[in-house]
Design a protein around this ligand. Structure first.
Ligand SMILES: [Zn+2]
Length: 578
């Protein structure tokens, strides 16, 4: 009988959207006031203030502990089932026991750091899996400077699931998805609480992700309602596994049992000039500059084209939908595509198989783990460093840029002047910056190579040598003597970015002046000239971007052609290298 009820509830949940979450409550009023920026920072000042960027970066790198991550994951697995609808009364089993344990750990970290970390529950009312009241767990680390009230949010969901969405009795250890993200956020709370930051940092463990991102959605709603300003959100979901399953959502899982322990993927919304991808680039730059020279295992930080894996989502999305900057950290390889309804699905994700690992010697203790704790630790370090630098950095400036002569630009800082230095970033054909330069003064000139179109942005640098986030990008055409523009049409099909790429790529059409077309689309053809996809484009003056999801496996050279009212205007080639 119970199974039948659960089955019906799945049908209900998948076909109807829930009522809005309501009755938001942060159980400790002090946590709310800090998030709002209404507090006296001296109440939370550390006895020894450690806030130099090198101390923070090095401290995070040295103190993030794979054993601490491991013991937290083993504990999280012990709750048997952390489904959103699971038990909240038991002291040892279910989501309620798990969240009380996380709260107690946050309290323990606070005690170890002069009581500066404020743990609280964020409670909301919403009918999900037959439970009407839900709680995220937050830990708020107050910033030492309230002039800029923006907070940094590091989150991961703790709820788990089996094949049936609201099954509260199955074994749902949810280890890879997402005890890894939960343990990472907890470890960062432990380690980062030792240091002081200008901005407040909030560590959040969410509920109800699996049913539709409801814990994150409720908190994003609450922040908007209250006027809480967020500088950036770093979501961590499926962040500790290194092994591919048979089925893994595109992009980037090469095949069963393939291993990748040196790459992490940053997913975010929008074209490559979105503020989200700009934050992903900042996170990668901070890793490269602050940590890479010192780490024993260098990591590749991949800035992905899409907001998430194909057809998938996560807790960064509600924040982006509320206009906050948000990115998702995910392992390079994951075990399964979560399509548990598919015949013969045998991977671990979203099944009772997402467990700690295997007992190889028969003593009933797992000794071979599915999660790689060193890899998880490396991802925690990249996260903590990015959040830490964003939390101590100065304000981002505004600027103007003009082309002067061939392949050269002049950059002028127009706002937030008075810092020690500024930086200038230039991006042409890929999702990452080609170069990041140091500016001398508030006006400077740079040689930018032979590409015509450049996306450029700036950051300020304070006296500690720490840069702000980078400003919004400006697109500038720099004459190089070889024009990419088809002047007779006033329209140009740009090279896709990135190319070769990670199964999704962005194709852009630059339009000089507004001109109406009855039909405009991009046609993608394979090497034999067979059309494999048509994508309509709504052409407006400026850069028009469409994302193309190619999917995994079909490697080779493809052609894309801009078609306007039945006429092929321009074609380019793109390469799928996987
Ligand atoms: Zn997840």
């Amino acid at each position: 009988m119970k199974k039948l009820i659960l089955f019906l509830s799945v049908v209900f949940f998948s076909e109807k959207s829930f009522a809005q979450a309501s009755a938001f409550l942060v159980t400790d009023p002090a946590a709310e006031q800090v998030m709002l920026g209404n507090y006296d920072p001296t109440l939370y000042t550390a006895s020894v203030v450690i806030n130099h960027p090198d101390s923070i970066s090095q401290g995070i790198m040295q103190r993030i502990n794979p054993d601490s991550l491991k013991s937290n994951i083993i504990k999280l697995a012990s709750f048997h089932n952390r489904n959103t609808g699971s038990d909240t009364l038991s002291a040892t089993k279910g989501f309620g026991a798990a969240r009380n344990w996380v709260y107690s750990k946050f309290q323990e970290y606070s005690t170890a750091n002069g009581n500066r970390l404020i743990p609280a529950f964020f409670q909301f009312d919403q009918a999900i899996c037959l439970v009407n009241r839900h709680k995220n767990i937050i830990a708020v680390l107050p910033g030492i400077d309230t002039t800029d009230k923006r907070i940094i949010l590091i989150e991961g969901h703790m709820d788990s699931r089996c094949e049936v969405l609201c099954d509260t009795s199955c074994l749902a250890q949810g280890v890879e998805d997402n005890a890894t993200g939960t343990a990472l956020v907890m470890e960062l709370a432990r380690v980062m609480s030792k240091y002081s930051y200008n901005h407040t940092i909030v560590f959040m463990i969410t509920t109800s992700e699996e049913q539709g991102l409801y814990g994150a959605e409720a908190f994003a709603d609450y922040c908007t309602l209250k006027g809480i300003q967020i500088k950036a959100v770093q979501n961590n979901d499926v962040i500790g596994g290194i092994v591919c399953g048979t089925t893994s959502s595109a992009p980037s899982c090469p095949g069963l049992n393939a291993i990748d322990s040196t790459q992490v993927r940053l997913f975010s919304f929008g074209g490559f000039n979105s503020k989200h991808k700009q934050y992903a680039r900042f996170s990668k730059l901070e890793y490269k500059e602050e940590l890479l020279p010192f780490v024993s295992v260098p990591m590749t930080v991949s800035i992905m084209s899409a907001e998430d894996r194909t057809g998938r989502g996560g807790d960064h999305i509600p924040f982006r939908q509320h206009a906050y900057t948000a990115i998702r950290y995910t392992s390079a390889n994951e075990h399964g595509d979560a399509n548990v309804a598919a015949v013969g699905y045998s991977d671990r994700q979203h099944s009772s198989r997402d467990t700690l690992g295997i007992d190889t010697n028969g003593d009933f203790v797992v000794d071979s783990f599915f999660v790689n704790f060193n890899y998880l630790a490396r991802n925690a370090v990249i996260n903590g460093n990015a959040a830490g630098m964003a939390a101590i950095g100065p304000k981002e400036p505004d600027f103007t840029v003009v082309a002067i002569g061939t392949s050269m630009v002049e950059v002028t800082i127009t706002q937030q002047t008075g810092y020690a230095f500024y930086r200038f970033a230039d991006r042409t054909t890929t999702n990452d910056w080609d170069s990041v330069y140091l500016m001398t003064g508030t006006v400077d000139t740079f040689m930018v190579g032979t590409a015509v179109n450049h996306y450029v942005s700036v950051a300020s640098i304070d006296t500690n040598g720490i840069e702000s986030l980078f400003s919004k990008e400006i697109l500038i055409a720099v004459p190089n003597g070889i024009s990419e523009l088809k002047k007779e049409e006033g329209i140009s099909l740009m090279q896709n970015k990135p190319n070769p790429f990670d199964e999704s790529t962005i194709i852009s059409v630059y339009v000089d002046k507004g001109k109406k077309y009855k039909e405009a689309f991009i046609s993608i053809t394979d090497i034999k000239g067979k059309e494999i996809k048509r994508m309509p484009v709504d052409l407006k003056p400026g850069m028009n971007e469409v994302i193309y999801e190619h999917g995994y496996g079909a490697s080779g050279i493809f052609t894309y052609t801009l078609m306007l009212d039945g006429k092929a205007v321009e074609s380019r080639k793109m390469i799928f290298a996987n």
